[in-house]
Design a protein around this ligand. Structure first.
Ligand code: GDP
Ligand code: GDP
Length: 438
């Protein structure tokens, strides 16, 4: 289930971060304990009505001089064009229409991407509406008056955004090839892996209308089966500013991961696993994607019979939030074990789409409860009535209980382990929702 990506573009000070925080702060569910999720607000998951999307804020740090504003806006607009399904272009009614707005609007119009034009700081409709009409001159459709600060017009703006979303069901049925994103820090060997996997059959399909993406999609046939690799390394952006590069690489990772079924998180064996790796892996984890940790450059390190175990311990420690992830040790240089990746990808996808019958789940839960008493608090004990699987990709379960407050994280984890003991579910996160039933 890949969610649409919505990007916010606009000049400095028009209210991009304010709008982003309004949407993110109130509507996202932040997954705790995942590195990078709460710290940076470059992206967020938003739900509006029954639609979910991933929102990205392309606006980076404040430019130091006026003359680089336009250059930076073009850069942001290009990122949005490359990665988003819908673009929210924000302008400022108080500053009025300025030349940079027109230039960026031209760029957006030429891209053919759906654009929603938001005119911000319309804190009073009576007072400011006459000034809103001026923005029709941009030639990118009806301006939607909003006030991010006073939270006015946000609903209308979101309605306009989701009206542009593709029909989900139809799109997914068309293409059943497994989609595999390759992510990781620079220089870990992402390009080398994709080059080795694809050999000479590399076909770039990203120019097909409507699918133009920043990431380059490559179709690979293996054992008569097609796979699509989403490569975040293919294109590199030049920017002298470190923060901008980081922002860009996070946006790239989020949008590639969003479109994938399985994510290969590539780690450099010569460097070991780092916090930055954890941040990247966290993006795939929090989106419930299938995950394979690929320790690359395995040829380049000195090994003895303990090396692999030591590596695994390190990976498990730094990436402790995803104990379910598979680990593989490969070399893009020599090709060692690369072909095994396909079997692993197949297995992870199978697990992501596995459905367990309700009867069997309840047997497991009953047995688990008998073996370890549920927690209690102030004389009240947790009762578990019923468990059922409600979704796949990732497999998601609802547990009905007498009192939600009594359900500790550790007991959910215990039940998760019991379910994993029975069915494996290797390579995929499981989600649990706790509901009360009196
Ligand atoms: P960004 O540079 O585009 O991210 O803009 P910010 O979100 O940082 O906002 C710039 C300034 O505009 C801040 O001082 C905000 O408080 C103010 N601002 C944002 N939205 C509104 C709004 O709806 N009405 C008014 N009056 N001010 C706003
Ligand atoms: P990317 O930035 O993640 O796409 O990384 P690249 O694929 O460009 O690789 C970065 C560097 O690591 C290049 O110099 C590669 O030759 C080298 N490299 C990639 N994979 C391997 C490997 O398996 N073994 C060794 N020894 N070097 C590798």
């Amino acid at each position: 289930m890949s969610k649409p990506v919505v990007a916010i573009v606009g000049r400095p000070n028009v209210g991009k971060s304010t709008l982003f925080n309004v949407l993110a702060g109130e509507m996202i569910s932040i997954v705790k304990d995942t590195p990078g999720v709460t710290r940076d607000r470059i992206y967020a998951d938003v739900t509006w009505l029954d639609k979910e999307f991933t929102m990205i804020d392309t606006g980076g740090i404040e430019p130091e001089s006026k003359d680089i504003i336009l250059a930076q806006m073009r850069e942001q607009a290009q990122i949005a064009i490359d990665t988003a399904d819908v673009i929210i272009f924000i302008t400022d009614v108080r500053q009025g229409l300025v030349d940079a707005d027109s230039k960026v609007a031209d760029m957006l119009r030429r891209s053919g991407k759906p654009v929603v034009l938001a005119v911000n700081k319309v804190d009073s409709f009576e007072k400011f509406m006459p000034d809103v009409y001026e923005f029709y001159n941009l030639g990118i459709g009806d301006p939607v008056p909003v006030s991010a600060a006073s939270r006015l017009g946000i609903g209308d703006m979101l309605d306009a955004v989701i009206a542009h979303f593709p029909e989900h069901e139809a799109e997914e049925k068309e293409d059943e090839r497994p989609r595999v994103a390759i992510v990781g820090k620079p220089n870990v060997g992402k390009s080398s892996i994709i080059n080795k996997l694809t050999g000479k059959q590399r076909v770039i399909v990203s120019d097909i209308a409507g699918t133009t993406r920043d990431a380059i999609d490559t179709n690979v046939k293996y054992n008569g089966k097609d796979y699509v690799f989403i490569d975040t390394a293919g294109l590199r952006r030049k920017s002298k500013i470190k923060e901008e590069l980081e922002r860009y690489s996070i946006i790239r990772t989020v949008t590639a991961v969003e479109r994938a079924d399985v994510v290969l998180v590539v780690i450099d064996a010569t460097e070991g696993v780092t916090e930055q790796d954890a941040k990247i892996a966290g993006i795939a984890h929090e989106r419930g994607k299938g995950i394979i940790i690929v320790v690359n450059k395995w040829d380049a390190i000195e090994k003895n019979d303990k090396t692999m175990k030591e590596y695994e311990n390190n990976v498990r420690r730094v990436l402790s939030f995803m104990p379910y992830a598979e680990i593989m040790y490969v070399s893009a240089e020599t090709g060692q074990r690369l072909n095994k990746l396909y079997d692993m990808i197949d297995m992870v996808i199978e697990n992501q789409t596995l459905r367990v019958a309700t009867g069997v789940l309840n047997e497991i839960m009953t047995e688990a409860v008998a073996m370890q008493q549920p927690p209690s608090d102030k004389g009240k004990r947790l009762k578990l009535y019923y468990i059922t699987q409600v979704a796949v990709k990732p497999p998601s379960f609802v547990i009905f209980v007498n009192n939600k407050e009594l359900m500790h994280f550790s007991y959910t984890r215990y039940l998760e382990n019991k379910i994993r003991e029975a069915f494996g579910f290797r390579g995929t996160a499981l989600k649990f929702f706790i509901r009360e039933r009196k």
